[in-house]
Design a protein around this ligand. Structure first.
Ligand code: UGA
Length: 435
């Protein structure tokens, strides 16, 4: 008898990570994706996304014959569990677009065996798990909400070492099946109703956004009163109730999840007649943060927060939404670049990972593959992503190349004292002397 099959639909970063990790835990996994060339590549161990450890786990699963990639959903006829890991992009007016999910459910309805459990891993609005059950139209196939909390760049680690596993269903048998998938992992399991599981995912990401907007607003206050946001953050972080993570100020928060999920939660609140002003303000502070960075740049290069940037050459270090990823989606670095561009600045940018070419938000930015070229004849440098290698650049050489050695360090990555010795005037975020 063959081992039971677990199906995964969608080979994006959540689907592939889930596939590879479940195979690593000893399961036989079939991953289905509509993209034929992606599937072909995966069969040969070609992993299209840069997630540390993922390619190794895919190779391990293929070698052990526990992994299969296909475009054919009918191969899931023997599956005991099918996990849906499909994109739910922000559609019209900030409402999540569920069309991909709907078409997958339509296809699976005629394929799945009685008693199979369908698992919603995609981040979906409250009520979607129940709706998916209706769309599937199979009373013998329960649908369970089991949201993922993987960070880009840490997805394999986060899958294998989760903070918690959330299983949202009223069906005890289905819940046991889903809990069983993670039996080898050491993490608390929370059983909830489907709506609470769905909402918890949005609430987690929106809370992270709230924490970041709080710290970014606090950074401005620190500058005004001569305090240091890093010291304040250390004090806050040692309170167990607050925790040390997500207290580093920056150019604003971004990525493919926090902005999408915060907006979607706001829409859910509006639709439910709840005035969630705190979330609106969280988003407003994030937009204001970009404008504040632009004012800092104006001050650093012209001496005035209202000085003109028309025709001013600026070098940008970092474009991705955070370090450790090649992802440019909703990157605060690009949002700041767009504002600078609108103000007339002439931009040259370097990022160690962003492929970039062809990305619409990069129009008008000259991309270079040597970080020193961003300084050439520049009136200043704006550091936008916290790539650690930027610390190790030869800042004396950068100063010699620049017209004016002013650096706006929106991640507080650089050591101002070291830089000072190389001729740079450093402006950070939320530390004394910054404006
Ligand atoms: C986020 C959540 O952290 C994951 O738990 C969640 O599973 C994931 O979304 C998702 O829903 O799929 P991710 O989008 O990879 O993960 O990004 P984060 O690491 O959360 O960073 C978000 C933004 O906050 C970035 O722009 C980052 O630079 C910024 N940030 C983070 C700061 O400005 N300061 C900090 O101290 C931390």
């Amino acid at each position: 008898m063959r081992d039971p099959v677990i199906g995964v639909v969608g080979a994006g970063y959540v689907g592939l990570t889930t596939t590879a990790c479940l195979a690593h835990l000893g399961n036989r996994v079939i991953c289905v994706d509509v993209d034929g060339s992606k599937v072909d590549g995966l069969r040969h161990g070609e992993v299209p996304i840069a997630e540390p450890g993922l390619a190794e786990l895919v190779a391990e699963g293929l070698a052990a014959r526990r992994l299969e990639f296909t475009t054919d959903a009918s191969t899931l006829g023997d599956a005991e569990v099918v996990l849906l890991c499909l994109p739910t992009p922000m559609g019209e007016a900030g409402v999540a677009d569920l069309s991909v999910l709907e078409s997958a459910l339509g296809e699976l309805a005629g394929v799945l065996a009685p008693g199979c459990v369908v698992v919603m891993k995609s981040t979906v609005p409250v009520g979607t798990t129940a709706r998916a059950g209706e769309l599937l139209g199979r009373s013998d196939v329960p649908v369970v909400s089991n949201p993922e909390f993987l960070r880009e760049g840490h997805a394999v680690h986060d899958f294998l070492h989760p903070d918690r596993i959330v299983v949202g269903t009223e069906d005890t048998g289905a819940a046991a099946r889903v809990v069983g998938l993670y039996a080898a992992l050491d993490a608390p399991v929370l059983r909830t109703d489907p709506a609470s599981a769905e909402l918890a995912k949005y609430a987690s990401n929106a809370f992270l956004a709230l924490k970041l907007s709080y710290v970014n607003a606090l950074a401005e206050l620190c500058e005004r009163v001569g305090a240091d946001v890093r010291a304040v953050g250390r004090v806050l972080g040692l309170d167990n109730r607050i925790g040390p993570a997500f207290l580093a100020p920056g150019p604003g928060w971004g990525g493919s999840c926090l902005p999408k999920d915060t907006s979607a939660l706001l829409r859910t609140a509006e639709a439910a007649g709840v005035d969630f002003g705190l979330l609106r303000e969280t988003v407003a502070v994030n937009v204001a943060q970009r404008e504040r960075v632009v004012r800092k740049v104006r001050r650093a290069v012209t001496g005035s927060p209202r000085g003109s940037l028309a025709g001013v050459r600026l070098g940008l270090l970092g474009l991705t939404f955070k370090a450790g990823t090649d992802d440019l989606r909703h990157s605060p670095a690009l949002a700041v670049a767009a504002e600078l561009s609108r103000a007339g600045a002439v931009l040259t940018a370097y990022d160690p990972r962003a492929g970039g070419a062809g990305h619409p938000d990069l129009d008008g930015i000259a991309l270079v593959d040597d970080p020193y070229l961003v300084a050439k004849d520049a009136a200043g440098i704006v550091l936008l992503t916290e790539w650690p290698e930027f610390r190790d650049l030869d800042w004396a050489t950068l100063a010699a190349l620049a017209d004016h050695a002013a650096v706006v360090d929106t991640r507080n990555l650089l050591d101002p004292d070291t830089l000072c010795g190389t001729g740079w005037v450093h402006t950070g975020i939320g530390t004394p002397g910054d404006q």
